[in-house]
Design a protein around this ligand. Structure first.
Ligand code: HEC
Ligand code: HEC
Length: 420
């Protein structure tokens, strides 16, 4: 905004060129350093603008005019604003003893004592013309009046105050110095580098290197420590949890939720319900190799058959086993069907989900007896799950992140609530 005000105010190519270059460079590399050197000088120019120097001078000029108007009260006047007549008239005889004042404030031009009417808003102002009565003008017609008035237009183009100009010149000099010292002018495929050799990328690289250096000791310790050692060493644990939390937010939250609360198909990692096991080692393996992906040969794989689609069970049998599964968490509404499902479950499901539906972590088969559902526990959802199966997939993070990060993630996930 400031920059465009400068461009609007500074008449002439140099001014706009400087403002535009400044805008370009701000867009290119914006950091605290840039803010200090590119934003402050334009701000210094903007502040005087906000003080409305030009407006004040217009006020002075117009206040002189108001005296003229009082002196020649009975005469016709026209008030011109950007080539347009905004007010014309002859002050009426009744209020001749009241002063007719034209006042200009920073934002409004008012004729007071007449109709209290706002006649112009801020902008480039033109002179007020106090005209002789229309009858005295050649032709006496409206057009002639206007023509005569226009011929008398004088633009109030006040010189800028000295101190304002000096600030502007200082800014220009400053930015010229900048062109030489710092990266500045965009070229076709690169940019002028500046004699100081500054580059915001190099600065970032330096910061990253410094941060790594500062963490080096803890990272080395983390690399050498076992998961259990990390968990029991308060200092190392704190370091791992902080790193794990930020790695979680970047890599995991999109599937498991920003609070690890999970979504349908993506397990909640806060509770102590584990599909693949909640010990440090189990979690580490799950994260490192992922689940049902083709990235890692050691990915966790366990495929529940699609019982209806693969024609292992009839529709009726699926319904019965669903009622049985519901009965495990006390939600069945059809006792007869649930009883009929008991045997189907024992034959087809218990091998993976356990005799009592308690789940078997080694097979990634979730518990079915606790009303905690990955895909949902309504009858329709269960029919869908059992008929077609689901097969959720998770990437092998060991191939995406380094081992230290996977360790941090493991400790972090383990700490969320349900670590075993
Ligand atoms: C693309 C989606 C996706 C992303 C990203 C993802 N996961 Fe998963 N994750 C899954 C799915 C799906 C499952 C459940 C798979 C199944 O059915 O067994 C899962 C399961 C898990 C499990 C096993 C939970 C249990 O109960 O045994 C852990 C632990 C886990 N994820 C941790 C992570 C971590 C840590 C990250 C980030 C590095 C992550 N996940 C990123 C999709 C994702
Ligand atoms: C080969 C092992 C295996 C067999 C056999 C098996 N399941 Fe599964 N079941 C799984 C696995 C693994 C999952 C996790 C599914 C996933 O994420 O894709 C699962 C998931 C489920 C779910 C979803 C749980 C939830 O929280 O949403 C239900 C319900 C279920 N099984 C019921 C059954 C029933 C009923 C049978 C027998 C008819 C059965 N399963 C047979 C392995 C098996």
């Amino acid at each position: 905004m400031c920059i465009s005000s400068i461009m609007a105010i500074v008449d002439g190519e140099l001014g706009s060129a400087v403002a535009m270059q400044t805008a370009l460079r701000i867009g290119k590399t914006f950091d605290a350093h840039t803010a200090l050197v590119h934003v402050l000088p334009p701000l210094a120019v903007c502040i005087p603008l906000c003080c409305d120097v030009e407006g004040q001078e217009n006020v002075d000029l117009l206040q002189n005019k108001s005296i003229t108007l009082q002196e020649r009260q009975r005469e016709r006047f026209e008030l011109l604003y950007q080539d347009t007549v905004v007010k014309e008239g002859i002050p009426s005889i009744e209020d001749t003893d009241q002063p007719k004042m034209l006042q200009f404030s920073a934002t409004k031009l008012m004729v007071t004592g007449h109709e209290n009417q706002e006649v112009a808003t801020r902008g480039r102002l033109f002179d007020i013309i106090v005209m002789p009565p229309a009858s005295e003008l050649p032709g006496g017609a409206k057009n002639a009046t206007l023509e005569a008035a226009l011929m008398d237009i004088r633009e109030l183009n006040n010189p800028l105050p000295r101190w304002w100009l000096w600030i502007l010149y200082a800014c220009i000099a400053w930015s010229l110095g900048y062109y030489v010292a710092y990266p500045a002018i965009p070229l076709v495929s690169s940019y002028t580098k500046g004699v100081l050799g500054y580059s915001s990328r190099a600065e970032v690289a330096k910061d990253v290197a410094a941060a790594k250096e500062a963490q080096k000791e803890s990272l080395d310790k983390l690399d050498a420590a076992s998961l259990e050692e990390i968990r029991t060493d308060p200092e190392l644990l704190e370091f791992a949890l902080a790193g794990g939390k930020s790695a979680y937010n970047v890599n995991c939250s999109q599937c498991h939720g920003s609070g690890a609360q999970g979504f349908v198909g993506y397990p909640n990692l806060n509770d102590d319900e584990w599909i693949w096991g909640g010990s440090l080692d189990a979690i580490y393996t799950t994260i490192t190799h992922g689940i049902r992906n083709n990235q890692s040969d050691d990915a966790r794989i366990s495929d529940m058959p699609a019982f209806l689609k693969d024609e292992i069970l009839e529709k009726e049998q699926v319904n019965q086993v669903v009622e049985y599964v519901l009965s495990l968490s006390g939600a069945s509404t059809d006792a007869a069907a649930a009883t009929a499902g008991t045997e189907i479950f024992a034959e087809n499901c218990a091998a993976c989900h356990g005799e009592a539906g308690e789940g078997i972590a080694d097979l990634g088969a979730p518990a079915l007896n606790n009303a905690i559902w990955l895909y949902g526990g309504s009858k329709e959802t269960l029919v869908e799950t059992i008929s077609y199966s689901r097969a959720g997939v998770m990437p092998a993070w060991g191939q995406i992140l380094d081992d230290a990060t996977v360790k941090k993630l493991t400790v972090y996930v383990h700490s969320l609530g349900g670590g075993q």
